[in-house]
Design a protein around this ligand. Structure first.
Ligand code: HEC
Ligand code: HEC
Ligand code: HEC
Ligand code: HEC
Ligand code: HEC
Ligand code: HEC
Ligand code: HEC
Ligand code: HEC
Ligand code: HEC
Ligand code: HEC
Length: 337
């Protein structure tokens, strides 16, 4: 349309030059479109640059909008460790709010005009549009210490958890850091373990003596299942040192793996056992050479007298083999004393 209009205007003035003029216009038009494109490009570059810019007044700017009346309570951060202005790494000794949320000038500008600010600033948590990598990078920037050394490749990193899947920042006390509330945070995802903790025998985690992180290093570790020590037994020994021995009479499986007989979280048997003792022992001990399975009196320990079987058959192996983790008694070879 534009070209036609111009064409007709030109035709009335110099009809003979028509073809040439048309060509010139084409060139002009193209260059106009081209330059339009260029200016569009510089615009978005500018926007990107503004996006990189930090606010001049830092937290003062942020708090002019995100105050006590804000729907999301940001203020409690000043009661927690991140709100304290002490130390080289303290956010409030550095870029303040923007230490974590990144450059905020573009966000602050846009927020003056509109509530629709999604994507203008680093945003953490479930509803975030910021990439998981960038969210975690922000935290790791300051927390790149040995504790987080095994984060890359760990189960939680692989499952796309963010630091904020467990941690809260705008609170006086981070629940996952408190002994009595940590379990709740972990169990919000680990429903199977939640069920196990309702069984008859558990590592009680209601009180502050024991938590998930007594045994697990949630940031990743060198062992299977994120254990705090290099393997399962070492983890158990950190509290049950008396089971380590050395014993005069060892029970071989104890040294090897507590998990051959115990489950860690919860069991309907006594003492976190995997199974009822009789069944458990028979997993490894065949009736051969031992009477417990055999109704024949002749095979009873202690001789061929009839009647002794009633002490053995169907009885709990532990009635006699009480020193199941090992014995230091000179005659405790059969773990009976
Ligand atoms: C002019 C007011 C204003 C200023 C200044 C301001 N914000 Fe916001 N901010 C808003 C509004 C409005 C929203 C959207 C509604 C809400 O979440 O409260 C928002 C949302 C956010 C969000 C969530 C973003 C999202 O994608 O949902 C974060 C994080 C945030 N602001 C942090 C900051 C930080 C950090 C600063 C200082 C650098 C800052 N804001 C400065 C008004 C402002
Ligand atoms: C140590 C890092 C850190 C600092 C410093 C920090 N924040 Fe946050 N902020 C977070 C995290 C993490 C979340 C997400 C929390 C969540 O999902 O429960 C968040 C959430 C927010 C939200 C809510 C966004 C939403 O989901 O609606 C706002 C607004 C906000 N911060 C503003 C601020 C302001 C203002 C400051 C400075 C006074 C500040 N933040 C300082 C890490 C930080
Ligand atoms: C600008 C540096 C900085 C950034 C960014 C930062 N932190 Fe921190 N963080 C600190 C400082 C400083 C402390 C307090 C000193 C200490 O305990 O080591 C701290 C303490 C903590 C603690 C211990 C809290 C407690 O109750 O003892 C946790 C957990 C934590 N940060 C998690 C995070 C997470 C998650 C993020 C990302 C959202 C983050 N931090 C971002 C500097 C930072
Ligand atoms: C699966 C939950 C979970 C995730 C994900 C997680 N943490 Fe933690 N974090 C914890 C728990 C639990 C503790 C308390 C550990 C303890 O008491 O031994 C903790 C403690 C901390 C501490 C303070 C104590 C210390 O170890 O120095 C910092 C700092 C921290 N985490 C930073 C991070 C950062 C950074 C990320 C992301 C890379 C992250 N956390 C991801 C659960 C988590
Ligand atoms: C946001 C959800 C979420 C939270 C919160 C969470 N986890 Fe996990 N965790 C997962 C997912 C997903 C996996 C991988 C699938 C699985 O094994 O269940 C996993 C795996 C694990 C594993 C097995 C690792 C392996 O190598 O197989 C352990 C142990 C674990 N988490 C412990 C914890 C502890 C301790 C906490 C609390 C400090 C916690 N988790 C908090 C989601 C979560
Ligand atoms: C007493 C130590 C201990 C405590 C406390 C503990 N765990 Fe475990 N957990 C273990 C051991 C040991 C394993 C490995 C079991 C195995 O390999 O069979 C394990 C395995 C796991 C697994 C992986 C299960 C699988 O089948 O892959 C998850 C998830 C888990 N624990 C979550 C938790 C949560 C959540 C808590 C807190 C409620 C918790 N644990 C408390 C010792 C513990
Ligand atoms: C952080 C310390 C700690 C660690 C690590 C630990 N335990 Fe325990 N364990 C306890 C405490 C405390 C009790 C007794 C209180 C209770 O029942 O919660 C206990 C009780 C037990 C019981 C007896 C439960 C009952 O119902 O009588 C067994 C069995 C047990 N632990 C096995 C293990 C095994 C196996 C491991 C390694 C996977 C382990 N523990 C790791 C602290 C620990
Ligand atoms: C051969 C099977 C077996 C192995 C392996 C084993 N236990 Fe046990 N454990 C038992 C039995 C059976 C009981 C129940 C004892 C009772 O009821 O008197 C028990 C009870 C316990 C108890 C609670 C009673 C007590 O003696 O304090 C703890 C704690 C315990 N075991 C820890 C461990 C640890 C730690 C390991 C690994 C180093 C381990 N067990 C390996 C069979 C085993
Ligand atoms: C995971 C396999 C396993 C389980 C389960 C197991 N044991 Fe053992 N037990 C062994 C091994 C291996 C030996 C060493 C055998 C040897 O030296 O000839 C042993 C040795 C013994 C001995 C000493 C035998 C001897 O000849 O010196 C007794 C007694 C014993 N176990 C009783 C039990 C009782 C009771 C239970 C159940 C609470 C049990 N065991 C569960 C593997 C197991
Ligand atoms: C009434 C007590 C009693 C009960 C119950 C009992 N035992 Fe024994 N057991 C003994 C005695 C005593 C010996 C030692 C016999 C000997 O020295 O010749 C023995 C020996 C053993 C031996 C070593 C066998 C060998 O040939 O030297 C094993 C293994 C064993 N018992 C396992 C078990 C298991 C598994 C159970 C449960 C199903 C069990 N015992 C129940 C008393 C008992």
């Amino acid at each position: 349309m534009l070209i036609k209009n111009k064409k007709s205007r030109h035709r009335s003035q110099q009809s003979k030059m028509n073809k040439n003029t048309l060509a010139v216009f084409f060139v002009l038009l193209m260059s106009a479109i081209f330059s339009l494109k260029i200016s569009a490009a510089t615009d978005s570059e500018e926007l990107a640059k503004a996006h990189q810019a930090y606010t001049a007044k830092g937290a003062d700017t942020c708090l002019s909008c995100h105050d006590e009346d804000n729907e999301y309570p940001v203020m409690p951060i000043f009661k927690g460790p991140h709100g304290q202005p002490f130390g080289e790494k303290a956010p409030f000794n550095n870029l303040q709010c923007e230490s974590c949320h990144g450059p905020g000038q573009a966000h602050a500008k846009k927020a003056k005009r509109s509530d629709d600010v999604a994507g203008t600033i680093i945003h953490f948590g479930k509803n975030s549009t910021t990439s998981i990598e960038l969210q975690n990078e922000k935290c790791i920037d300051c927390h790149q210490d040995t504790e987080r050394g095994h984060w890359p490749g760990s189960a939680h990193q692989q499952e796309d958890l963010t630091c904020v899947s467990c941690h809260q920042i705008h609170v006086a006390k981070d629940p996952v850091m408190q002994p009595t509330t940590q379990t709740k945070v972990c169990l919000s995802c680990h429903t199977r373990q939640r069920a196990e903790l309702h069984k008859r025998s558990v590592h009680s985690m209601q009180y502050d003596q024991l938590q998930c992180s007594s045994c697990h290093q949630p940031h990743g570790s060198t062992s299977d299942k994120l254990l705090v020590k290099s393997n399962l037994n070492e983890t158990c020994y950190s509290c049950h040192a008396e089971k380590r021995g050395p014993f005069l009479w060892q029970h071989a499986p104890v040294d090897e793996d507590c998990g051959l007989c115990h489950v860690p979280h919860g069991s309907n048997q006594v003492a976190l056992l995997k199974k009822r003792t009789q069944l458990l022992c028979r997993e490894c001990h065949s009736p051969a050479g031992h009477p417990s399975l055999s109704p024949s009196a002749t095979s009873l320990p202690g001789g061929r007298h009839s009647g002794i079987g009633k002490f053995v058959v169907g009885k709990n192996c532990l009635n006699c083999h009480s020193q199941i983790h090992g014995s230091n008694h000179p005659s405790g070879a059969k773990l009976t004393r």
